[in-house]
Design a protein around this ligand. Structure first.
Ligand code: CA
Length: 234
């Protein structure tokens, strides 16, 4: 199972919401546990209708889609999803191990497929490959004023000087940088940056915002009383 997969530190703080659309509880538990151990945030839908609705969220960066689903079959979820989000990576889980079905799935817009029964490591390898290619087609840097994040190298420069951030600090700053000027609540930040690794201490966001302020400049992350924090747009 997924207990020996890379820690979030090894994953360099990448926080990605993966939507798992699957109706079999055993598979949901097994996949969710493994992906969370690998540092991913996991959302679950147990039928095709909920799955399609959740897939429209911008937070979802990859979908693992079972084909045999109640509500709406996986093939139909995929077809409708492609009309709305043509580039979102989708990995299909299929029990139908035949070449004809695979080809049909790929033509319908799946990026990859895994045949049941599958090992977690196989699924994780496919997910990583899809996320890598999705990242490469996006911009590798985010610039907010004088702050520049290199998402591939996981480095940050402030006015051209490199700031030495831990993986978690980088993940927090990346979350802010993807929403410059927007107030993010403590709950949103916990959810996106810590996910299920959250250790239960209530001031962890405040502590890490403090670390970031020391490293990138105190005025760059503003406290909005009663609401949360935001990255100054400058
Ligand atoms: Ca199923």
């Amino acid at each position: 199972m997924g207990c020996d997969v890379a820690s979030p530190q090894v994953e360099k703080g990448v926080v990605v919401a993966i939507l798992l659309i699957e109706d079999e509880d055993g598979i949901v538990t097994f996949v969710r546990r493994g992906l969370e151990s690998a540092g991913h945030q996991v959302l679950v839908a147990n039928d095709g209708i909920d799955g399609l609705a959740m897939a429209m969220s911008d937070d979802v960066e990859l979908i693992v889609l079972d084909l045999g689903l109640p509500g709406l079959p996986g093939e139909e979820v995929l077809r409708r999803l492609r009309q709305r989000r043509p580039t979102l990576p989708v990995i299909v889980l299929t029990a139908k191990d035949s070449v004809a079905d695979r080809v049909a799935n790929l033509e319908a817009g799946a990026d990859d497929y895994v045949v049941k029964p599958f090992s977690f490591s196989e699924l994780l390898a496919r997910i990583r490959a899809r996320l890598r290619s999705a990242t490469q087609t996006r911009s590798d840097t985010i610039a907010v004023g004088e702050l520049v994040l290199d998402l591939a190298a996981r480095t940050v420069t402030v006015d051209g000087a490199v700031a030495d951030l831990s993986a978690r600090e980088f993940a927090l700053l990346e979350t802010f940088a993807r929403h410059p000027g927007q107030v993010l609540s403590q709950v949103q930040l916990l959810d996106r940056v810590w996910g299920f690794d959250f250790d239960g201490s209530s001031n962890v966001v405040e502590v890490y915002v403090g670390h970031l302020r020391r490293k990138i400049g105190a005025d760059r992350i503003q406290t909005v009383r009663g609401a949360g924090y935001r990255l100054a747009e400058q």
